[in-house]
Design a protein around this ligand. Sequence first.
Ligand code: ADP
Ligand code: ZN
Length: 216
Amino acid sequence: MKKNIILMGPPGAGKGTLAKQLLKAFPFVHISTGDMFREAIKAQTELGKLAQSYIARGDLVPDEVTIGLVRERLSQDDCANGFLLDGFPRTLPQAEALEKLCEEIKRPIDSVVNLDCDNEELIRRISGRRVCKICGAPYHIITMKPKVEGVCDACGGPLFQRPDDNEEALKVRLDHYVHDTKPLLEFYDRRNLLVNFNSLVGSEQLFDEVRLYLEK
Ligand code: ADP
Ligand code: ZN
């Protein structure tokens, strides 16, 4: 069984949805840097205040900040049963720092699961995306409608559009993906850790495929 996993893919490829499904099937903890930043912004901590403007524009939060955050989280005891890194690393310096850190804490990466998706579909998914304000469950105004418009099926919370899911910020995020994050695929392929999955097959089939692979 694969234990320590990195989930990669462009914004809108379905990382968050897949992570939620995998967490029900595996004992690992979910480490989403995007979620951690959003929580810090909500609580208006120092980290949140710093990250806010970068995220709103679609830019990446500076490496030293993000690396420090993950370093602290990965060293905690609950990561001993495995972890699913979602949205980290996103740059080469982050990947290099993670490699060193994993060696230090003796928690090596077992696999990098990469979700492939074409650009048109990413834009369609993100522009229609809605998220529950309370529990974070994801919806789509056309393909994953809630039973009652604007209300979360799971918890009854209100649905909203993430402030960085607008056209302008999305363009910046996709550019960062191509320039900063995509090169990491080669980094992990060279280490024989990379496995590609096509996210266009839909969330249920994708989950089945990834689950079978991680169980091996
Ligand atoms: P998505 O994958 O849909 O773009 P995330 O929730 O993973 O969304 O991230 C949201 C934002 O948080 C990013 O656009 C970026 O500003 C910031 N962020 C998340 N992870 C990182 C990271 N590893 N390095 C730098 N910034 C990050
Ligand atoms: Zn909810």
